[in-house]
Design a protein around this ligand. Structure first.
Ligand SMILES: C[S@@+](CC[C@H](N)C(=O)[O-])C[C@H]1O[C@@H](n2cnc3c(N)ncnc32)[C@H](O)[C@@H]1O
Length: 203
């Protein structure tokens, strides 16, 4: 991961803005209670956490990433924002927030274009759910299957994403439905922009 992001982290936010669709919509829908806590699993440059701080004033914000290179950008962006956002290095499948932040459970946990890069993404998703407080919300935004865009567009996009080790998760909705059922929660799932993106929340 560090090899991939060592150079690209410097242009990451500018170059990803046009095609990581749905991130701000997901952040707007976090429904953070007053003074509530928010954890981003795989926070990259910290761009989403800074946006969440603007959108949900008073929220306590936490993020971690497996790439120490991405975290250099995140620390820079957080410092520039003036927000109190806590960051750590870790793997989404096993991250221990108590060791990193002294916090065990969060009101909101989210993954933004991260599950498509994690080989054992179902383990990461289940781990994210386990970090929620009772009544909390787990949100995911990621690449969809582009069913509404036609086979040639889908082939081109998925071929290009594969160069960056990104695999859209065909079973994301089914897996989130399974976890919601198993934990007695509800699922809301959408496929905006003709299934370019997938946007789901367990609550
Ligand atoms: C496409 S970037 C998205 C960054 C950010 N979430 C956003 O929406 O801008 C994917 C991020 O996931 C991180 N990542 C990949 N595998 C991870 C893992 N197992 N645990 C934590 N972070 C991971 C990468 O280092 C990278 O920063």
């Amino acid at each position: 991961m560090d090899r991939m992001y060592r150079l690209t982290r410097h242009v990451y936010d500018a170059t990803r803005k046009p095609y990581l669709l749905g991130r701000d919509r997901m952040i707007a829908g976090l429904a953070v209670p007053p003074g509530g806590s928010v954890l981003e699993m795989g926070c990259g440059t910290g761009r989403n956490l800074v946006a969440a701080g603007g959108r949900h004033p008073g929220a306590r914000l936490y993020g971690f990433d497996i790439s120490s290179e991405m975290l250099k950008s995140a620390r820079h962006n957080v410092e520039k924002s003036g927000l109190d956002i806590r960051l750590a290095e870790g793997d989404a499948c096993v991250f221990d927030p108590e060791a990193a932040f002294g916090v065990t459970r969060f009101d909101c946990v989210y993954f933004s274009y991260t599950l498509s890069m994690i080989p054992d993404w179902t383990a990461a998703l289940a781990h994210g759910l386990s970090l929620l407080k009772v009544g909390g919300r787990l949100s995911v935004v990621d690449f969809g299957f582009c069913e509404g865009l036609g086979t040639p567009v889908r082939g081109l996009l998925h071929g290009w994403l594969a160069l960056f080790h990104v695999t859209p998760r065909a079973d994301l909705e089914a897996e989130m439905a399974r976890l919601a059922n198993a934990s007695g929660r509800s699922l809301h799932f959408e496929r905006p922009a003709r299934d370019y993106a997938q946007l789901g929340s367990i609550f």
